[in-house]
Ligand binder design. Structure first.
Ligand code: C6P
Length: 415
């Protein structure tokens, strides 16, 4: 095994951080687990596990409904988590942060609710060529339903959006632009602040799919001036079933409910129903209480570790991995944008990505292989699938070395 070089970010103590994540210390197939599938789901620190367990053991009850002790206690914990989200993304107010099951539900909520109110026949919706299916299909269905048109921002061979083409797509028929902050299949970090400013010149709101950005660097929704922003808890060290869609109040107040039922009304009669204000208007039914309290605990965790230093460390790790894999003959890196985060997609000549994933698993290395729910990206690069290593701040150079050695062995096996 190659020697582990010292990281440039000497402020980051990766071994100390790894000790916070119990899952990382196990062996898989007789080898130490090398968890490099963070873009699919990141791991959960002990503090988040403990917070979820405490809720289930001592506080479990429904929220916003009961006058009894437990219900009030759970409601307070749930709303405290919302406050943490507000501070984490720097929303103007906590009420602009709506809890959802995850990013997919966040996109569906806005496409359905904003779309019902503001999109009509002949209107246009701009998406990008590198979107996850979750940020394509809800808009595509909306367009079909309304007789509107989907316009697509193309990308170049490096996997970067062609900004001049984006500017040409904007016009008086554009009703919304929706782009991922970071591509899950390529790792490209899109220049969304500039793109948002351009859309606003046309009076057009901007939706950002932040599933792959929020876990990797600080995000400030006011600084971005973004109209809607969504992310999933399970990719940012929180449990599955947690997530947020942020929206500016000026939009959310005007939008109709997404789902209806208990917890989101002011009055109901058989003649007419009136709705609660935000955020309740968008939170019908009993939510994922334990998961979202866990999301609050994950934010506490990120606040406790110097997240900015974590982001710098992780970025250096990605650069190191890119260098190592690029040096292996037969490996093609898919997605070579100048600005990237976390994700390293690659193919190996004459080896199907699923075989790469299966062979690496035998060495305890967890990566993802497939189309990553981004088939238009695969079509653009003319590959059926890619293998994808994706990093978090608890990964190490040694893990990258083990990955590179294992890839070399795959190549030798198929030679
Ligand atoms: N990407 C991946 O392995 P959900 O499933 O709702 O938590 O997130 C959907 C989603 C939306 N946008 C982007 C950019 C994403 O990366 C994802 C989830 C996982 O890449 C599962 S396909």
């Amino acid at each position: 095994m190659k020697a582990v070089k010292k990281m440039k970010s000497n402020s980051w103590d990766v071994e100390k951080v790894r000790a916070d994540f119990p899952v990382l210390s196990q062996t898989v197939n007789g080898k130490p687990l090398r968890y490099l599938d963070n873009a699919a789901s990141s791991q959960v620190p002990q503090t988040v596990i403990d917070r979820g367990a405490k809720y289930l053991r001592e506080e479990h009850s429904n929220i916003h409904r009961g006058v009894h002790y437990l219900s009030q206690h759970a409601t307070t914990a749930y709303e405290a988590a919302r406050e943490k989200v507000k501070r984490f993304i720097n929303a103007r107010e906590a009420k602009e942060c709506i809890f959802v099951r995850g990013c997919t539900e966040g996109v569906n909520l806005v496409a359905s609710s904003y779309g019902r109110k503001f999109v009509s026949e002949g209107d246009e919706i701009i998406v990008s060529q590198m979107e996850h299916h979750a940020n394509i299909i809800p808009w595509q269905m909306l367009a079909e339903e309304k007789g509107a048109k989907l316009r697509v921002i193309p990308m170049n061979e490096r996997g970067e959006l062609i900004i001049e083409e984006y500017e040409n797509l904007l016009n008086e028929r554009t009703k919304i632009v929706t782009v991922s902050h970071v591509s899950n299949s390529l790792g490209t970090v899109n220049p969304i602040k500039e793109m948002i400013a351009t859309a606003h010149k046309f009076g057009v709101p901007f939706f950002v799919d932040g599933a792959q950005s929020v876990p990797h660097f600080p995000v400030d929704v006011q600084d971005l001036d973004v109209d809607f922003f969504t992310f999933s808890g399970h990719k940012m060290f929180a449990p599955t079933g947690s997530g947020v869609v942020y929206g500016k109040r000026e939009w959310l107040d005007k939008m109709p409910p997404y789902q209806t039922g208990g917890g989101m009304i002011r009055t109901v009669s058989f003649e007419k129903t009136t709705f609660a204000p935000i955020p309740e208007k968008f939170e019908a039914g009993t939510p994922a209480i334990a998961a979202n309290i866990g999301l609050g605990a994950a934010i506490d965790y990120l606040n406790s570790i110097d997240f900015a230093a974590a982001a710098r460390y992780e970025h250096e790790l990605l650069e190191y991995a890119t260098e190592k894999l690029s040096a292996i003959e037969g490996v093609r890196i898919v997605g070579t944008a100048k600005e990237k985060a976390s994700v390293l997609s690659f193919t190996i000549e004459n080896v199907h990505p699923h075989d790469i994933g299966t062979i690496l698993d035998q060495s305890g290395i967890a990566i993802r292989a497939g189309h990553h729910c981004a088939q238009p990206v695969m079509q653009f690069f003319d590959v059926p699938a890619t293998a994808r290593a994706s990093f978090a701040f608890y990964n190490t150079r040694e893990e990258v070395d083990v990955l590179a050695d294992a890839i070399q062995k795959v190549i030798e096996v198929f030679a």
